[in-house]
Design a protein around this ligand. Structure first.
Ligand SMILES: [Zn+2]
Length: 284
């Protein structure tokens, strides 16, 4: 028997805000657009989709990236509205971009009050580095301080991004080392494990900082142990995620089956898909 599955990395976002070039990349060569659009328009349809895919909970990743992706500050309010009344299964993630916010701390407090379960820092799309609180964007510190105080994790995109205008340099996981040192109470999620070319750096940080977690999204399960041969060492801090419905990402159920087929002990895989996320995101 499997425990309830949480997909910690899903992009259910206001597609009406997306810039045309990004939208074209999203839509290219796929046959599931009608289903996606139904889910995005209606959280009830998403819950039915989750039931079919074998997923109990999802973390819905949203963040401000008006110039690269098209997501204005309203995207954060959108996800809080979308998840309202369904918070047991749909966990809203918000992201505050200090390049476009005059009151980062106030916004972070309000979003936390509004029910945000996760803060996202998507460096390559926000054009901000995780450690820019030490340099160009001092206000970023407020996000980490509020998150720490409220026991809300922060997820960092690490690794490349294919969208037009994205700057991958902001996805270098070594920039998250400063966060681990300066905010030792903060729960951190390293999304994508730095793939494809920073996986060693990502794993170094995961071993160094006991509050750092690895989100498996965007890493093909068949290559997981090639990139992370010592994955079992951090077995209590690995989280199942899919990145659905990003370009090239298979259906969630297929992804889940592939993770469950990895050559690791069944109890370890069960922690990846169920137990670890229940601990990091307890039901409220
Ligand atoms: Zn993602």
């Amino acid at each position: 028997m499997h425990g309830p599955v949480t997909d910690v990395h899903v992009h259910v976002q206001p597609w009406e805000m997306i810039r045309p070039a990004v939208m074209a990349a999203m839509r290219r060569g796929r046959d599931d657009l009608a289903e996606i659009e139904r889910c995005f328009a209606d959280p009830g349809a998403l819950l039915a989709h989750m039931d079919r895919q074998g997923v109990e909970r999802m973390v819905l990743i949203n963040y401000e990236s008006p110039d690269v992706m098209g997501f204005s500050t309203e995207t954060n309010d959108w996800v809080l509205r979308y998840t309202k009344g369904r918070e047991a299964r749909l966990l809203p993630c918000v992201g505050i971009n200090p390049r476009f916010e005059s009151d980062v701390r106030g916004r972070a407090e309000r979003l936390a009050d509004g029910g945000a379960r996760l803060f996202k820092v998507h460096g390559p799309h926000m054009l901000v580095s995780p450690n820019d609180y030490l340099g160009a964007w001092p206000d970023l510190r407020a996000v980490y301080e509020v998150a720490s105080a409220r026991r809300i994790p922060v997820m960092f995109h690490t690794g490349s991004s294919i969208f037009k205008g994205a700057r991958t340099k902001h996805g270098d996981p070594l920039q998250v080392e400063d966060v681990g040192i300066d905010f030792s109470d903060l729960d951190v999620i390293i999304a994508h494990g730095g793939r494809p070319f920073w996986t060693e750096q990502a794993f170094f940080l995961l071993r160094r900082f006991p509050r750092f977690h690895l989100d498996l999204s965007g890493i093909p399960p068949a290559r997981m142990l090639e990139w992370f041969p010592k994955l079992e060492e951090i077995a209590d801090r690995v989280l199942f995620g899919t990145d659905w419905p990003s370009p090239g990402v298979p259906a969630i159920a297929k992804n889940l089956a592939a993770v469950r087929a990895m050559p690791l002990p069944a109890d370890v895989l069960e922690r990846f898909t169920s137990g670890n996320a229940l601990r990091l995101f307890p039901s409220r």
